[in-house]
Design a protein around this ligand. Sequence first.
Ligand SMILES: [Zn+2]
Ligand SMILES: [Zn+2]
Length: 389
Amino acid sequence: MPAHPSLTASPVKGDLITPLETMGRNEPCWCRSGLKYKKCHLDREKQAPVNIFEVETRLIAQLREGYCSHPDPSSDPCSPKITKAHTVQKKGGITAIAEAGHVLTVKPTMKDMIESEGHPSPRKIGINKASVFPGFCNKHDTALFKPIEGKALSLNKDTAFLFSYRAIAYERFAKEAQFKAIAAQREMDRGQSFFHQGLIQTHLNVFAAGVQVGRRDMDRWKAQFDARLLSGCRDDFHFLAVRFDTVLPIVASSAFHPEFDVQGNPLQRLGRDGADLDHIALNVTAFDGQTIMVLGWIGNADGPAQAFADSFMKVAQDRKADVLVRLLFLQTDNLFLRPRWWDALPSTQRHVFKNMILSGSTMQARSAGEYVDEGTSVVAAAAIETVSG
Ligand SMILES: [Zn+2]
Ligand SMILES: [Zn+2]
């Protein structure tokens, strides 16, 4: 593959805010909230601190509202009810790894984050709540994904496309949720000193800039997938599907920019000027006593996404499951675990995975070394079928 232009392009110049201890009452506030100073940071250190748990509750309520992600509701009208769409199918997928109706999620609550000082442990979640998002109406959720909701599954371009489409719709929804959450986080420095206000707002503005870029990319990817969903054309959609000989203790649905391949070679770099970045959708679920992994992407045959899939192909059949588990912890928080499996891991291994969850966050930049297979075995499974196209 020719080197992606982002690997040599210069970094996007960070545009840091300058906190000001005082300014004109009617000027736009230094924190870039868009509000006037008098309505924002004037006397902030004297304001009553916010209760972040209340903020979180408010946000969750806001996110329940949802919408249908179907691209053309004008010719194919939505049903009135927005459903809790599963990103990983419940029957056979989530339930295949559940114990007493529960799985573990790695998505922390704010309370978990604070109490664990930034290193939360996976927590229990009911299977009706696991992996859901209000991103489709009842009718479209059922109609669109019928071919990948059955008991068995044939691995082909059409089913791979549907898995990828659902993952993209979910990621777009999640990015919008992150964006909405920023407005609430702007209040987090109430009652704090000017110095801390500066720190918090600077961090938040850097984070917000990243979310903006992510949102723009997600809109572009979703539009690409929408066009192919409607036209039925799959010419520039590519996939790699792998079937394992048993059920892995993990399911997931996600889409991301591949920055390194699974041997640790750089593929493309975020936060650089110029070229558009490749994306890839990754779904892992179970059918009929076997785990299926599906990678899907739209793009060139020699781009970063293809190189990422090729690198996974190079992994030995009996190492693929372990490499996949590592990859999931590194790339997505929309992943779910079988409780007994997690509890039985050595604590050092749980620690390694908990660190991987932070990869790519504002706290921890991605690095090549995280992707390299160390040869540790946490699952016993072999790849038995591979389909690509
Ligand atoms: Zn302000
Ligand atoms: Zn709909």
